[in-house]
Design a protein around this ligand. Structure first.
Ligand code: FAD
Length: 371
């Protein structure tokens, strides 16, 4: 298993439990600061519009995280609740509510007046109603992935801090070599390299997977003011305004980010200092949604990468057909698994599995799910 982000870590853990002998290798360590899994927190939500496949996946995922938290004796999931802020002409929360209803997942629909009364610290300009998922919340991302790896190791997974070199272009991969000179041979190689996948397989993926630069900011809340802590404020998503925010978790600050694809990004050499423009845009969102924090000091700014098939020109995403095209073009017996939803989920001997946590544009997700 090459890569110990959230995908590689869980896959190593599960493969070992299914009786496989697993070696997990990461160039910089599990959920390291360069990786997409390395931030303090990640939202786990059930609302995915009409895409029931994602909702089911999130449901199962939350159950596994809770089991792992209990096993590891760590509080890895924080049930902050997820508050969807719905604009008048916004189909996504409506479709999410329909899906949750169908699957029997708890949620509340709140009028603008109700939600404003319940959460006076939030601003509801242009919001006509809200949907609240009380059982969803936030994973302590870095710590959670590291806990998965610790558990995997204690179950028998062998872990190596090393970098796997780009495989030579030939049909069967007899072995991989590492930066430190190891030569490792396996029946199956799984590349869960996130934003590094196009570098690992440039011929195959450089035109298909596009890591983008995303900025995230953490703000200090006023001393002695508990309104922005996880006990008082939910995680909120304003899908239409392309923004979301998380309460202060473990004293790390109130997190706010723009959920829009940024420019192309190189995970090794890209500039990880957030920009003044990025901060200004987030402050505009703060003024709208958390007005009392509009001038709050920044505690931390991070740059992370989405790993997307989006071309940047449009919302066109990598469809299942494109993936199959890439598979045909390659000389390898590839097994694709895209965001855990691909139908091509076969682990075969002498195969190379590429994991790309592809963040598809939501408008395209329905097509994927039904493709
Ligand atoms: C700003 C931001 C906000 C997000 N918010 C959410 C959210 O709220 N909820 C959610 O579900 N998702 C969210 N995501 C997406 C989520 O973080 C990613 O889908 C996930 O972390 C990807 O995990 P991964 O294992 O595919 O990749 P990574 O975490 O990047 O892991 C890849 C690993 O491979 C290793 N590696 C690469 N090349 C090699 C090599 N040659 N040899 C050895 N090791 C190698 C790297 O060191 C790295 O550890 C967000 C992403 C970003 C950027």
């Amino acid at each position: 298993m090459i890569g110990a982000g959230v995908f590689g870590a869980w896959t190593a853990y599960q493969l070992q439990r299914s009786g496989k002998r697993v070696i997990l290798i990461d160039a910089h360590g599990p959920a390291n600061h360069l990786s997409s899994s390395g931030d303090q927190s990640r939202i786990i939500r059930m609302g995915y519009g009409a895409d029931e496949i994602y909702t089911r996946s999130a449901q199962r995922s939350l159950q596994l995280w809770k089991e792992l938290s209990a096993k590891a004796g760590e509080n890895l999931f924080r049930p902050t609740g997820i508050l969807w802020l719905a604009h008048e002409d916004d189909p996504y929360p409506v479709q999410s509510a329909e899906t949750l209803n169908r699957l029997g997942i708890r949620f509340e629909e709140l009028t603008a007046a109700e939600v404003a009364r319940r959460y006076p610290q939030l601003g509801f300009d242009r919001i006509s109603w809200a949907m609240f998922e009380p059982d969803s919340g936030v994973l302590t991302a870095r710590r959670a992935v590291q806990a998965v790896v610790r558990e995997a190791i204690s179950n028998g997974v062998e872990y190596l801090l090393d970098s796997v070199e780009m495989p030579a272009d030939k049909r069967d991969l007899d072995y991989v070599t590492t930066a430190s000179g190891r030569r490792i041979s396996a029946a199956t190689y799984v590349f869960a390299c996130g934003p590094w996948l196009p570098k690992m397989f440039p011929d195959l993926l450089s035109g298909r997977i596009h890591p983008t630069r995303q900025e995230v900011f953490y703000f200090e809340s006023p001393v002695g003011d508990n309104r922005f802590a996880a006990s008082s404020m939910p995680t909120w998503i304003d899908f239409k305004s392309e923004a979301y925010g998380l309460p202060d978790i473990d004293g790390r600050g109130v997190k706010v980010a723009i959920d829009r694809h940024g420019p192309p990004f190189d995970a090794d050499n890209g500039d990880r200092i957030p920009t003044a423009e990025g901060l200004a845009e987030v402050r505009r969102l703060l003024a709208l949604r958390l007005p009392d924090l509009k001038n709050a000091p920044v505690i931390e700014g991070r740059v992370c990468q989405y790993v997307d098939s989006n071309t940047g020109r449009s919302s066109a995403s990598m469809s299942q057909r494109e993936l199959m095209g890439a598979k045909r073009e390659s000389n390898r017996d590839l097994v694709w698994r895209v965001n855990s939803t691909s139908r091509e989920e076969r682990f075969t001997d002498h195969s190379v599995c590429l994991y790309a946590s592809i963040e598809t544009a939501d408008s395209e997700r329905a097509k994927h799910a039904s493709a």
